[in-house]
Ligand binder design. Structure first.
Ligand SMILES: Cc1ncc(COP(=O)(O)O)c(C=O)c1O
Length: 292
């Protein structure tokens, strides 16, 4: 099967796919990106992903005139079709342009769009049954007044990578990141939710977390399941003393988290609300989405 990468309108075999040495995303992390899932030939929540990409690009003043949700959608779907990509992951990266020096006034500001497809299995099925363990990372999320957490910018991820390495060092499934005030922000690649006394809580984006697409899906599904949900600033105490905890992300989907910093969360087993949400999410991803 063909494994083609979309680069600025061309489809190139993955082994031959290259970007210029002076790509500003490569040189300075001056790019935005999306990770998207396709399930059973349907791209999950494609439009919200494309909107987030375009809003991230707009917030960073990329010159995306002429690039629309529709043109991006066509490019993503065509990439999936050419690769017969019915299940798996789609990576979309948009960089500001090409040129040496950080000053955008002195570079070619034509944004570079790259779309590729991959297979992905972030966690074993055992962890979805038993839950993963977490540690609190020393690496904090950037302050929201420095870079808005709603911008999914490539350069920002050095922090997440360092935090993930902290979790790896002690064999934890994920690392929990706090903001400068010590409030819970998010995991290195996922949003976090807790359940306490039958109510779900998740930090607001102002705490420093990404406005996750899976987070939004979990919020909608919790409403369908009649489980109340609120956005609230959380501390480590709230997570340590929660009845349940779960993480959401495009790659991780919904996964239970059963311990933090060697404290079991609730019973130390995935809870009832988490299990119901995972079941609802799996049914939802199987039936929803933009057909390839
Ligand atoms: C830092 C971070 N937080 C949260 C998420 C979850 O967001 P989404 O559900 O849109 O994948 C991701 C993944 O994209 C992420 O990288």
């Amino acid at each position: 099967m063909a494994d083609l990468v979309y680069i600025d309108g061309d489809f190139v075999p993955k082994a031959e796919a290259t970007i210029p040495l002076l790509d500003h995303g490569y040189l300075y992390g001056d790019g935005v990106f999306e990770g998207v899932r396709v399930y059973k030939g349907r791209v999950f929540r494609l439009d919200p992903h494309l909107d987030r990409l375009l809003f991230s690009a707009r917030a960073l003043a990329f010159q995306t005139q002429g690039m629309t949700r529709e043109s991006l959608r066509d490019a993503v779907l065509e990439t999936c079709r050419r690769n017969d990509h019915q299940n798996g992951y789609i990576r979309i990266t948009l960089s500001r342009g090409t040129g040496l020096g950080l000053d955008p006034a002195h570079i070619d500001l034509k944004p570079r769009l790259v779309i590729s497809t991959q297979q992905l299995a972030l966690y074993s099925s055992r962890l979805y049954e038993e839950g993963l363990t977490m540690i609190t990372c020393a690496t904090r999320v950037p302050s929201p007044d420095a870079i808005d957490p709603r911008i999914k910018g490539t350069g920002k991820y050095i922090n997440n990578i360092l935090a993930k390495m902290e979790a790896n060092r002690v064999g934890a499934g994920e690392g929990l990141m706090l903001n400068a005030q010590g409030q819970v922000a998010e995991a290195t690649g996922d949003n976090i939710f807790i359940v306490k006394d039958g109510v779900i809580a998740t930090p607001p984006t102002s705490a420093g977390c990404l406005k996750g697409i899976t987070r939004q899906a979990a919020m909608e599904l919790s409403e369908q399941l009649n489980v109340p949900l609120r956005e609230a600033n959380l501390t480590l105490y709230d997570v340590y003393t929660a009845d349940e905890c779960f993480l959401t992300g495009t790659a991780a989907e919904i996964i239970p988290a059963v311990a933090l910093d060697e404290r079991p969360i609730g019973t130390g087993r995935p809870g009832d609300v988490t299990r119901r949400l995972i079941d609802a999410f799996r049914a939802h991803t199987g039936e929803m989405g933009t057909p390839v």
